[in-house]
Design a binder for this molecule. Structure first.
Ligand code: BGC
Length: 395
């Protein structure tokens, strides 16, 4: 068994230490490097205006402020992908609770991939007195209208996981280096293809309205272009696993079932692509990428059905968002050292916390998701996967 701390050390070398809002002794890390330029594939030449000023050292919020009845709203985009309700929401809520926030004052809505439903949910949260909006937008561009409405009511907005584009009404952005996610996927696929000449690759990208999907795709293309034959490529509306399955079916039909590798943008779409290949009787399965380190994907990796996934420390992401939201809800300014970069959203440079994504293959399941406490061996190694676990040395 590997020590839990292994991966934290890796993550924390590149991200800021989270500071206690209760005034406890906190270690201030060295200034992080500027990650501005390569993180967003959108227009970086747009004028930079109104960048929120970061306080050099924030006032120390008192715990008493936690019970002042301020409401915090978290708005998540969908339920077809497992992470939101199994990781993001519970970790966000638990952190708020640990900070002393009364979670009866937490407003949660999930938009089920409907951007206009998300706008109504945000408006309802504002009407219900939310003092901070934590928004993971279904549609990165359309969500600007939501942020503008919040700003008009003096409600700060935290852009959660996906950036909200084209508005100056975003106070913070917390996510991962998303272009790097696509690079990890592309490089892993190349490694798995072992230098095969002119390999036929199918790309199943994410939702065209999600700016992260644009970044994952750009990262993957930057590695794969010119090295493999991208024979078919799809943007998958709503990130729907079902739609990914039918895209893969179409690709198989068009390519006469001859596919050497699949670049799937996340584990949900990987599952759809794998289901299509199994239904077409393809054996052995070619290497397939993914993202999110979903339990089903970790099990498929151990069973040899999926080549890799990308682990993102969602607990850390959710806890950072909770810390920022809590501080803002109490009318305080988060400490400048909480952010480690800026991301231009086409309108302004948004102070950002960007975490580091980690590649997971059969070889490092134990030293990544298990060591970090994301999954327990007992979650992964159920009876159906006992042999796969033993073979991979996961115990
Ligand atoms: C997230 C991924 C997720 C995908 C589908 C992206 O914006 O970063 O973790 O798999 O959306 O919900």
């Amino acid at each position: 068994m590997i020590k839990r701390n292994t991966i934290f050390v890796t993550l924390l070398t590149a991200v800021p230490m989270l500071l206690s809002a209760c005034g406890g002794a906190a270690t201030v890390p060295p200034a992080p490097t500027d990650t501005t330029a390569p993180l967003v594939a959108t227009d970086t030449t747009a004028p930079v205006a109104d960048t929120p000023t970061m306080a050099a050292a924030a006032d120390t919020p008192t715990m008493a402020a936690a019970s002042n009845g301020s409401k915090i709203a978290i708005l998540l985009p969908e339920t077809k992908t497992a992470r939101y309700e199994s990781q993001d929401l519970p970790n966000f809520k638990a952190k708020l609770q640990a900070l002393g926030f009364d979670v009866n004052n937490l407003i949660y809505s999930n938009a089920n991939q409907d951007a206009s439903a998300q706008k109504s949910q945000a408006e309802a949260a504002l009407t219900n007195g939310a003092k901070v909006l934590v928004l993971d937008p279904v549609d990165s561009a359309a969500a600007a209208a939501i942020a503008d409405e919040a700003k008009a009511k003096n409600v700060p907005v935290i852009s959660y996981d996906r950036i909200i584009k084209g508005t100056d009404a975003v106070n913070y952005y917390i996510s991962f280096d998303n272009e790097q996610v696509g690079k990890l996927q592309g490089q892993s696929l190349l490694d798995a293809l072992g230098g095969k000449a002119n390999a036929t690759v199918v790309m199943i990208n994410g939702s065209p309205t999600d700016n992260n999907a644009t970044l994952f795709k750009a990262g993957a293309h930057s590695i794969l272009d010119g090295k493999v034959n991208i024979a078919k490529e799809y943007d998958t509306p709503d990130w729907s696993p079902d739609k990914a399955q039918s895209e893969m079916q179409q690709a198989l039909t068009a390519l006469g079932n001859k596919v050497d590798g699949v670049l799937a943008a996340n584990d949900g779409t990987a599952g759809g692509a794998i289901a299509a290949m199994k239904a077409a009787g393809i054996s052995p399965l070619p290497p397939v990428t993914g993202q999110d380190a979903e339990l089903a994907a970790i099990q498929r990796i151990l069973a040899g059905e999926q080549y890799m996934t990308v682990y993102k420390a969602i607990k850390q992401e959710a806890e950072t968002a909770a810390q920022l939201a809590y501080t803002l809800a109490n009318g305080k300014t988060p400490e400048a050292s909480m952010v480690n970069g800026k991301v231009n959203n086409g309108k302004v440079d948004v102070p950002s916390v960007l975490l580091v994504p980690v590649k997971v293959t059969k070889d490092n399941v134990e030293s990544t998701v298990v060591a970090d406490g994301f999954w327990k061996v007992s979650d992964i190694c159920t009876a159906d996967f006992a042999k796969a676990c033993a073979d991979a040395g996961v115990k």
